[in-house]
Design a protein around this ligand. Structure first.
Ligand code: SER
Length: 312
């Protein structure tokens, strides 16, 4: 019997699907969804929900005590593009929410944490192709700085206080159930919606901008597999590189054209181009593969098929 789990940020792009998958596996009543706002009908109707501000320690503690929560998945964060517009708010949300959860575990009120990091922890001086697990990390975005700092704190809490915190560096995530919000990789979701609705898409990143990406099903499976792995297998307590595919805007357009031959793409790069240019093009995730058996399943064409079929 699995003990109760709390998802903070359950109404976001990842949180929605993570909550539904955890409810499927462990039972609806065992998985408490929470967010600063209410979510979609499926999520709200399938199990317990609490309105919760991730920066409010006392409020999180109340929910933890009330439901006898054992594990927290902290999915609330301000993403890269929005964080450039509100640097202090991003730092406040991304860091304080993490400290709240780490401190609950330090006080033995919960026993396990999942906290997502990102490819944004890397910067312009990082090797761009096959970016290693351990390499130069000089993030140049507010979001990247918060994730890099978060990784350092996770490892610190593990080493110093024995907190069982686990993390992956998600690439750009592609999904159809819930829209992403405020990220630099969001174009790879928008493009499918507009291909179906308008037959054309104006991309806010330029031709040739190759970024690491992943279909949501793979990301959810990686997350839960990591959380279910025996503790001794998890050698990396900052965050694991995680990869499945990398592509450019023109490559995703070609993949869509296999189903919608008249689809066209044009380019109008904005401030997000600079963010994308500072990130890796491809990621070496051999540590995750070796240590806890990670293996991706969806390539670009399979992702396109899933996206178009489900959005139709
Ligand atoms: N997908 C995120 C973003 O673009 C990166 O973690 O901000």
């Amino acid at each position: 019997m699995h003990r109760p789990i709390l998802i903070i940020g359950a109404c976001g792009q990842i949180g929605t699907e993570l909550t539904m998958e955890l409810r499927e596996r462990y039972g609806n009543e065992k998985v408490i969804a929470s967010d600063i706002r209410e979510g979609g009908d499926t999520l709200m109707g399938s199990g317990p929900f609490e309105l919760l501000d991730a920066t409010n320690y006392a409020a999180i503690e109340d929910v933890v005590m009330h439901y006898e929560i054992d594990e927290i998945y902290l999915m609330a964060a301000m993403l890269s593009a929005t964080a450039e517009k509100f640097p202090m708010r991003a730092w406040n949300l991304n860091m304080n929410s993490l400290f709240n959860v780490l401190n609950l575990a330090k006080e033995s009120k919960i026993s396990k944490i999942f906290w997502p990091s990102s490819i944004a922890v890397f910067g312009p001086n990082t090797p761009k192709e096959d970016t290693p697990q351990n390499t130069i990390m000089e993030p140049s975005t507010v979001y990247g700085i918060s994730k890099q700092s978060g990784e350092r704190w996770c490892e610190y809490y593990f080493k110093k206080y024995g907190v069982d915190v686990r993390s992956v560096r998600y690439p750009g995530l592609i999904s159809w159930k819930t829209m992403p919000g405020g990220g630099t990789t969001d174009y790879a979701v928008e493009i499918y919606h507009e291909a179906l609705q308008k037959g054309q898409y104006e991309c806010f990143l330029d031709k040739g901008t190759k970024l690491p990406m992943m279909y949501m099903d793979d990301a959810i499976r990686a997350t839960i597999d990591l959380m279910e792995s025996p503790s001794e297998k998890i050698k990396v307590r900052s965050s694991y590189n995680l990869a499945s595919m990398s592509f450019t805007p023109e490559e995703i357009a070609e993949s869509i054209q296999k189903h919608i031959p008249d689809f066209t793409i044009s380019y109008a790069p904005d401030f997000r181009q600079q963010i994308a240019d500072s990130w890796p093009s491809s990621i070496d995730d051999s540590a995750a593969k070796e240590q806890w058996g990670w293996e991706p399943k969806f390539n670009l064409d399979q992702t396109t098929l899933e996206m178009l079929n489900n959005l139709k």
